[in-house]
Design a protein around this ligand. Structure first.
Ligand code: NAD
Ligand code: MG
Length: 386
């Protein structure tokens, strides 16, 4: 029996993880869950999965939940310290990190510092402080396993091979809904259009990130630290169908890839069961019926966000955390309908330009860069609104 904690259990990845857990009740037990504000969904999950402890980042939501759970044997914590306490759960075998955004950095670090294995969906902390997370995992003698489908594909394609034989890794990107739109049409896209991802059903923030190509930029930085591979050896290719989830090219010309129908339960299940596989029994991958797989080079001019991520990675220090925070502010403003789609890369670029380079020696340094960039990007957002 594996004891599981899920950080961000009420989200898209959280729900898919619980779906797998519910199919294998003899193999997994949920010991802790956390959410941001959604106490109603968390209550349903508590009644079904019976964790020992839960936490909400919102104190108001936690208070409401405590009243409704009166008499139920679960401890309800709140605030960031509450989330960290769940992440440190002493009877936990694996922490699923599935909070969205930089808000996941401190709880995920708490899990690593407690020596827990972490299955990581929450890519933003890796962008902010990936080398520090890996250093800490190494120090604690634990590991971070990827859940992101591209990184799971790379992880699977590296299995059984020597790292020194890797020539490059290629991350596939669907290109999002506006891939083949002309720029003057992209200028006026609506939230509804941006939230329609061609292949995946995901939370709102990552869906917008996919439409701007920032998601792929964040994934390049995530790959840099997950696989300890130099940025020059990480490439992106547009692959519209999201069937090939990523590739590893070796120095003899062999290319290993992982394929599958787009369903996050496959990479989540691999991280949950590694190195084993369990019968999820999705529909067969019928390539004969699919017929064609299409590819194209990425267009960094039309979608500058991915290039900004490469730039941030090249500069290093606090700049990736700055990129990430500015993106979070801009995406939120777009979701609130206060700025346009093309304002997103503008706000990020201007925030990055205004940043005075600083080294990143600790998680606190990353959080400091994050706070500074949120403030700067919020000011730029207010200008864009007028
Ligand atoms: P989501 O918005 O559906 O869920 C986010 C979860 O985080 C929810 O449980 C929410 O309550 C919690 N949360 C939000 N803000 C919080 C805060 N400030 N403090 C504490 N908890 C907070 O997001 P998602 O689509 O499940 O994505 C989660 C992470 O996984 C993201 O980093 C995303 O990039 C990554 N990811 C998602 C997918 C996918 O298919 N959804 C695929 C690959 C990677
Ligand atoms: Mg991905």
């Amino acid at each position: 029996m594996k004891n599981i904690v899920i950080l961000g259990s009420t989200g898209s990845i959280g729900a898919s993880t619980l779906d797998i857990v519910s199919r294998f009740p003899d193999q997994f037990s949920i010991v802790g869950l956390t959410a941001g504000q959604n106490d109603v969904k968390l209550e349903e999950q508590i009644r079904t999965f019976k964790p020992q402890v839960v936490a909400l980042s919102s104190q108001t939501a936690a208070d409401a939940l405590r009243v409704r759970l009166n008499g139920h044997p679960v401890e309800v914590l709140d605030g960031e310290e509450g989330l960290c306490a769940v992440a440190r759960h002493t009877e936990c075998d694996l922490v699923i990190s599935a909070i969205v955004g930089g808000a996941g950095l401190t709880p995920t670090m708490a899990a690593i510092r407690a020596g827990h294995k972490v299955a990581l969906a929450n890519k933003e902390p890796m962008v902010m402080a990936g080398h520090l997370m890996q250093e800490e995992a190494h120090k604690q003698g634990t590991r971070i396993f990827p859940i992101d489908s591209e990184h799971s594909a790379v992880f699977q394609s590296l299995e059984g091979h020597r790292r020194e034989d890797v020539r490059r890794i290629v991350l596939t990107a669907s290109g999002g809904p506006f891939w083949d739109w002309p720029l003057d049409k992209i200028k006026n896209v609506t939230i509804e259009q941006a939230l329609k991802h061609p292949n995946w059903e995901m939370g709102a923030k990552i869906t917008i990130d996919s439409a701007t190509l920032m998601n792929k930029g964040l994934e390049v930085i995530e790959a840099r630290w997950l696989f300890d591979i130099p940025p020059a050896q990480i490439n992106i290719v547009i692959h519209r169908e999201s069937i090939i989830h990523s590739l590893v090219e070796y120095r003899d010309g062999s290319v290993m890839a992982q394929l599958g129908l787009p369903d996050m339960r496959t990479p989540i299940s691999y991280a949950l069961n590694y190195p084993n596989r369990v019968p999820l029994d999705p529909p067969l991958l019928d390539l004969g019926t699919i017929g064609q797989l299409n590819f194209a080079p990425p267009d960094f001019e039309k979608f500058p966000c991915a290039q900004l991520a490469y730039d941030a990675l090249a500069e290093g220090g606090g700049l990736p955390a700055t990129l990430n925070a500015a993106n979070e502010v801009a995406v939120q403003a777009f979701l609130e309908k206060t700025i346009s789609f093309l304002d997103i890369p503008k706000i990020i670029e201007e925030t990055m330009t205004a940043y005075t380079p600083r080294e990143l020696r600790s998680v606190e340094d990353a959080l400091e860069a994050d706070r500074w960039a949120r403030e700067k990007a919020s000011m730029l957002r207010n200008v864009a609104v007028k």
